[in-house]
Design a protein around this ligand. Structure first.
Ligand code: ZN
Length: 430
């Protein structure tokens, strides 16, 4: 979780002149002694401009913001937190002003009340200053972990009260936990305990559920990993978000790790991944022995990553900590940054980290980089949710058999949920 990395920095921001963060002026909160909102604002810019991690759907964002606003009316907060939809899994609250909800978290939920339960849990962490409290607690030892588990239990309990005040079914908390929790870790109480506890607290009290409301907002949402960030198609690695393809040689060993690609050819290795335009320009400014050229692929910058300068004031330290959560090469690494701006999309960049032998070894890799074909761009499109209507009442696993991908559709809901005739359920388009 990104939020964890910022531990130790809140409380350090004092009055300092405006600076810039990822190419835009540092938010006012960073200069008016509101460190929680400052960190939140930096985190949001980091998500949106730093590494292409925000999910670009204004309608969905406005919908989830509306749910947060409804819950916040009864929370002990001076204002409703800002909601950002990220393009990955997981949900967290980076300080006092933001709730980041992962798109992959949303796709597994079955009603607006369940989504409200996820948002309410994070809102309870903000109310309780849990991110801040952990800053001044002990280091990550057993006592710290016990504190984390307590905070999670408190957030579950408080979320039920927030749901109830806002008119949502409190029993949605149990279903949201069931849908989202896969295994156990040291920072949360065991899954079975959390579900049992919220079940006892909420019993079966029912209020607004909003199944159709949620589903109508999920129509055409990307499902699973966003393959536009990189996918193998034929003998090429295609990054549709940038319109680029990297041809893989017959004797190249390729391994994909999340959205990134690791390639090995003889004694040369390459790591490739995408980042946002503002972050790419900052990384490029930190290169030694730099060579820049403009090509048909975009602006190419080659150089070696310089040691980061030590932050010298409080704001520097906060920014440095937020920046350290962005994907980036280690000092001393040779990189090529290919910055590219497609029509109707924010500029982004492909970073190639090189561990190459020979003076001009990067040229071999660059020689296999080209623009993607129309067919490759089409094949790289991710699967999306399509809302279907049940022709008969049945359990979900039976209804999704008519979807193009029944296995994928089954992962999007409780397979044993009974969908009445005429009601909606989630299929996919491929
Ligand atoms: Zn939590």
């Amino acid at each position: 979780m990104k939020a964890v990395v910022w531990v130790g920095l809140v409380g350090l921001v004092a009055c300092v002149p405006p600076q810039s963060y990822l190419g835009s002026e540092t938010p006012a909160a960073c200069t008016n002694s509101d460190p929680e909102r400052c960190a939140s604002a930096l985190a949001e810019r980091d998500l949106i401009d730093g590494d292409l991690d925000a999910y670009d759907d204004a309608g969905l964002r406005a919908y989830v913001q509306g749910i947060a606003d409804r819950l916040a009316l009864h929370a002990h907060l001076p204002h409703s937190p800002r909601v950002v939809i990220s393009n990955h899994d997981g949900t967290y609250a980076p300080y006092a002003n933001a709730i980041v909800v992962g798109r992959i978290t949303i796709q597994k939920l079955g009603s607006e009340a369940e989504l409200a339960a996820v948002v309410a849990h994070e809102m309870a962490h903000i109310e309780g200053h849990h991110a801040t409290v952990s800053l001044f607690g002990p280091a990550a030892d057993q006592a710290w972990l016990a504190g984390r588990r307590d905070a999670e239990g408190i957030a579950d309990e408080r979320a039920i009260a927030l749901l109830e005040h806002a008119g949502y079914s409190p029993s949605a908390m149990r279903r949201a936990l069931r849908a989202e929790l896969e295994g156990d870790d040291d920072e949360h109480p065991p899954r079975v305990d959390r579900i049992a506890r919220v079940s006892a607290l909420a019993s079966d009290r029912v209020a607004f559920e909003g199944r159709e409301e949620l589903l109508s907002h999920l129509d055409h949402m990307v499902v699973g990993r966003d393959t536009r960030q990189g996918i193998a198609i034929g003998s090429a690695w295609v990054v549709a978000s940038l319109g680029l393809a990297l041809d893989l040689g017959a004797d190249d060993i390729a391994r994909s790790d999340g959205d990134g690609l690791e390639l090995r050819h003889g004694r040369s290795t390459l790591d490739a991944y995408t980042i946002g335009g503002p972050w790419a320009r900052e990384l490029a400014s930190r290169l030694d022995r730099k060579e820049t050229s403009t090509t048909s692929l975009g602006k190419l910058t080659l150089g070696m990553v310089r040691e980061r300068k030590r932050p010298n004031d409080a704001l520097d330290r906060l920014e440095d900590a937020v920046r350290s959560t962005l994907q980036q090469p280690l000092p001393g690494t040779w990189v090529v940054i290919v910055e590219r701006c497609l029509a109707k999309a924010p500029c982004g960049a492909l970073v190639l980290e090189l561990e190459a032998h020979g003076e001009r070894a990067h040229e071999r890799w660059l020689g296999s980089l080209r623009t993607a074909t129309v067919a490759e761009l089409r094949a790289a499109q991710p699967a999306r949710i399509v809302i279907a209507t049940a022709a008969r009442g049945d359990e979900l696993h039976a209804l999704v058999q008519k979807c193009p991908n029944p296995v994928l559709a089954t992962t999007l809901d409780d397979p044993h949920r009974v969908v009445p005739s005429g009601e909606s359920f989630k299929c996919t388009d491929r």
